[in-house]
Ligand binder design. Structure first.
Ligand code: B3K
Ligand code: ZN
Length: 863
């Protein structure tokens, strides 16, 4: 496999102004005729004549320059593309290829998902359709003609406007689409199928009417209304917030069952995983509803941040993804509980991004090299990228930053640019100096921020120091420019210093706050103003005060997390040393009691504050993760809380019990979350009463959120109630694949019995389909993430299972196989015997002949 380097970037020698594609869809084969008007790149002098076109798994039927077949001597074809030699300055290139979407299980390029054909071109799937410079800086205007059997494929779609359609003889028909905007080929899309549709319209601020359509396999239309409403919300939000108005007359979404990720922002023809579109109270939980809303918005927002201004090369991926995730986050905060929405983002950074940044796959937000680009659609590029944008927004102020983003979009409209172009535009518009800030893009790793405070004579000195551990290939790290928000409170919880942002630029700096009547309670890094690990030993009583009074809900939650964490860590250590479990910390008990006695109005916040840190978070607090000790500690602490506060939790559950009349809004969803949290605690006590209660909740549920709350509560309580509810679930939703994914996850996460054997049985079950990524993620991903004790069991059967599936999948869907390999790669973070077992499984995978995708991950893990 060939490694590509950011520093090797060279502009394309030829540019393609117009692309005309003709898809002749037949059973067993699709013929693609591409005609391009090509000219020499005027910016490159004296380099013409020879040109590389990418192409993979294609049957080349013919290739002609100005309608003359290219002579053998002028053509060099290889596995990954072809060279054309002796080219003139301007010419028409005609390429005819044949592909077979039915046999394309990689889900890249043109492929079949159930009864329809669809495309996925980002990052480099277009080169599975035709020979083409498959790079984002070649932007062209596309005209696409699709012809297919009229009965089998009544709906034919591509980007832009339909300018012509009609019968084509022999029961066939065709449609021609023209996209007025120049775009890179990764934004190309095509769909052919027999589809149901829901339609709506959106009138833009300037009064233009946009036709909206959402297509799906027949019978699912009633699950699409929430997505449609979310789309209209997103369109209105982008106008109100950024003054960005949709730029075409139609916007189409197609939901497909087989999709490698969540969704894709193809110009005017977004293609979505059904999991990110379908939302109905009977089949989707509140978090599914929220996810649909946010992904629909995210893809829509790409129309500007990504499509109108795109990336020059794939090293710049965060240019569009970081910015679009940031916009999605803003949108989510405006549509839910602001505090809890931010808490969810913070958790994602700490639970997923920090581990990635500390593992074998750590890479900068703007990577320096890659083997397979698809391996770099990471939490670092997306979520850390969004945090970098958020830091700039905080330093500039939200209004100034919004203006700066608009300046960037105006300045580079229609261009393929770099992260550096973006940062420059932000500097120009805001006047910020981002020289040192740029390190965030170039260096991997999570900085540690050590805070210590001293108080004397009415003066508080806050010392901040930073240090960043080495990451693969980057031994030494510079000092980062770290915005840290600080606020001071008195003992009664009154603000004595309003929140302000200080910037830590040097390795160590002291910030002084004068004129204080008494020693204040310090609140730092409020809401995670920078993606750093905070090391600040605060006494319990300070944390209890922050938890009760901090003006920022995220800080209140964070204080609660620190209190839980102290006890959890002690419990882990006790378990490791075979000592009795420690008594629950005083501070923590006071805090939980206070929370239950005087809960915040925001019910979702209450639920978050009552939830102890995840197993991942606890593991993160140790040099080597001891899976069994972490699980034991978490269970112990939850059980103790449940036992100590049983009466209060009962009352809480009663006060938030389901009352029928499902609506998805912040208040109702918050109440359901509190109920589920209380039920989950009570289930730790495993009483007959709680089993009965969970079953009753399940039986009476008028929505999936309450149903799942009941099933989750019964998760670790084997017996009649669990069997009955699960059996009902499997039968009731047998024809709903996305709901059966929830069922697969429940099975995979069940700890009693022989889990690995159960998962192997399910792999062979009819309800499982190995070629569908949603099923694989539910069963295999659900096992690894949802069942730590089963996955990490001592006989290594869990690791062996995952290794087998990686190998089996790699032959058909390398992208997905590589993602699974990522689950074994961070073995070094684990204590023995886990580390050795994971390593062994990874090494076995590494002995096989692997795709570039999986090879890159495995080698990083073993390296
Ligand atoms: N841009 C796509 C992701 C493409 C992933 C390619 N392996 C969806 C998104 O981020 O919006
Ligand atoms: Zn995106």
């Amino acid at each position: 496999p060939q490694r590509k380097y950011r520093s090797d970037y060279q502009a394309s020698i030829y540019l393609i102004d117009r692309v005309s594609l003709d898809f002749d869809i037949r059973d067993g084969s699709t013929r693609v005729t591409a005609r391009h008007s090509v000219r020499r790149n005027p910016q490159l002098i004296g380099t013409g004549g020879r040109w590389w076109l990418d192409g993979r798994d294609l049957r080349l039927v013919s290739i002609a320059v100005d309608d003359e077949p290219v002579a053998d001597g002028a053509l060099e074809v290889s596995e990954t593309g072809l060279w054309l030699n002796g080219l003139p300055d301007r010419f028409t290139l005609t390429v005819v290829t044949e592909i077979d979407p039915d046999r394309n299980l990689s889900l890249e390029g043109l492929y079949r998902s159930d009864d329809m054909l669809c495309t996925q071109c980002e990052a480099t799937g277009f080169s599975r359709i035709t020979y083409f410079p498959d790079r984002p800086d070649v932007m062209s205007r596309y005209t696409t003609r699709v012809e297919a059997d009229a009965e089998r494929y009544p709906v034919l779609l591509s980007n832009g406007n339909c300018i012509e359609s009609g019968a084509a003889g022999e029961g066939r028909h065709y449609a021609v689409y023209e996209d007025p905007f120049a775009k890179p080929c990764y934004l190309f899309a095509l769909v052919a199928g027999d589809l149901g549709v829901i339609r709506d319209t959106f009138t833009t601020t300037s009064g233009r009417e946009v036709a909206l359509a959402l297509y799906t396999e027949h019978g699912n239309e009633d699950q699409c209304h929430h997505a449609m409403a979310s789309l209209k919300d997103a369109m209105a939000w982008d106008e109100a917030t950024y003054g960005l108005e949709y730029d075409l007359d139609s916007f189409v979404i197609v939901a497909v069952g087989s999709f490698n990720m969540g969704a894709m922002e193809n110009k005017s023809l977004n293609i979505f995983n059904t999991a990110c579109i379908f939302a109905h109270q009977d089949t989707a939980t509140d978090s599914d509803f929220a996810r649909v809303r946010d992904v629909v918005a995210h893809e829509y927002f790409h129309n500007y941040t990504g499509n109108r201004v795109t990336c020059r090369d794939w090293f710049q991926l965060s240019l569009k993804e970081g910015l679009t995730v940031y916009r999605e986050h803003q949108f989510a905060i405006d549509h839910g509980s602001p505090g809890v929405t931010r808490i969810e983002q913070v958790r994602m950074i700490r639970d997923v991004q920090f581990p990635e940044d500390a593992g074998p796959r750590a890479h900068p937000v703007r990577p320096e090299s890659y083997v397979e680009m698809n391996n770099f659609y990471t939490i670092t590029v997306y979520e850390k990228g969004a945090e970098l944008i958020r830091m700039m927004a905080q330093m500039a102020g939200r209004e100034a930053f919004t203006k700066a983003v608009k300046h960037y979009l105006d300045k580079h409209d229609g261009q393929a640019v770099t992260i550096e172009d973006f940062v420059l535009a932000i500097e120009e518009s805001t006047g910020l100096d981002l020289a040192q800030f740029r390190h965030w893009y170039a260096f991997a790793g999570t900085p540690r921020l050590r805070v210590s405070s001293r108080f004397a004579d009415g003066r508080l000195s806050l010392e901040l120091a930073q240090a960043t551990p080495a990451t693969p290939g980057q031994e030494n790290k510079p000092n980062f420019d770290i915005p840290v928000s600080v606020a001071l409170f008195d003992d009664a919880g009154q603000v004595v210093r309003a929140p302000e942002i200080v910037r830590l630029i040097e390795q160590r700096e002291t910030f002084v706050f004068d004129g204080l009547a008494a020693e204040p309670t310090v609140s730092v890094l409020r809401g995670l103003t920078a993606p750093v690990r905070l090391e600040f030993d605060q006494p319990d009583d300070a944390l209890v005060r922050l938890m009760a009074h901090d003006s920022d809900p995220v800080s209140r939650w964070d204080a609660a997390q620190s209190l839980y964490m102290a006890t959890l860590k002690a419990a882990v250590t006790a378990h490791q040393n075979d000592e009795p479990m420690p008594a629950l910390g005083e501070g923590m008990m006071t805090a939980v009691a206070a929370l239950l006695a005087d809960p915040p109005d925001d019910r979702a916040l209450l639920a978050e504050m009552l939830t102890v840190p995840s197993a991942t978070q606890i593991g993160e607090a140790f040099d080597a993760i001891d899976v069994a000790a972490v699980e034991a500690a978490r269970r112990y602490v939850k059980r103790e809380i449940a036992a100590r506060f049983e009466a209060e939790l009962e009352r809480l559950a009663d006060a938030h019990a389901p009352s029928g009349g499902y609506v998805f809004d912040q208040v109702a969803a918050g109440r359901r979350r509190v109920f589920a949290t209380a039920l989950d605690y009570l289930a730790c006590l495993d009483t007959p009463a709680i089993r009965k209660r969970a079953q009753a909740v399940y039986d009476a549920a008028d929505n999936m959120t309450d149903r799942m709350a009941a099933l989750n509560a019964l998760q670790d309580l084997p017996g009649e109630e669990r069997e009955a509810t699960r059996a009902d679930f499997a039968e009731r939703f047998a024809d709903q694949p996305l709901v059966m994914d929830k069922w697969l996850r429940l099975q995979a996460a069940t700890e009693d019995g022989d889990t690995a054997a159960r998962v192997r049985d399910l792999l062979a079950d009819d309800r499982f389909d190995f070629t569908n990524p949603n099923r694989v993620r539910a069963l295999v991903g659900g096992f690894v993430r949802g069942n730590p004790l089963g996955f990490h069991r001592a006989d290594r059967a869990g690791y062996a299972l995952v290794a087998d599936e990686i190998l089996r999948l790699d032959a058909i869907n390398p992208q997905l196989a590589a993602a699974l390999a990522g689950l074994l790669a961070p073995w070094r973070r684990y204590a023995e015997p886990y580390a050795g077992g994971m390593r062994e499984a990874l090494a076995r995978v590494g002995e096989a002949d692997l795709s570039d995708n999986t090879r890159e991950i495995v080698d990083a893990g073993l390296g």
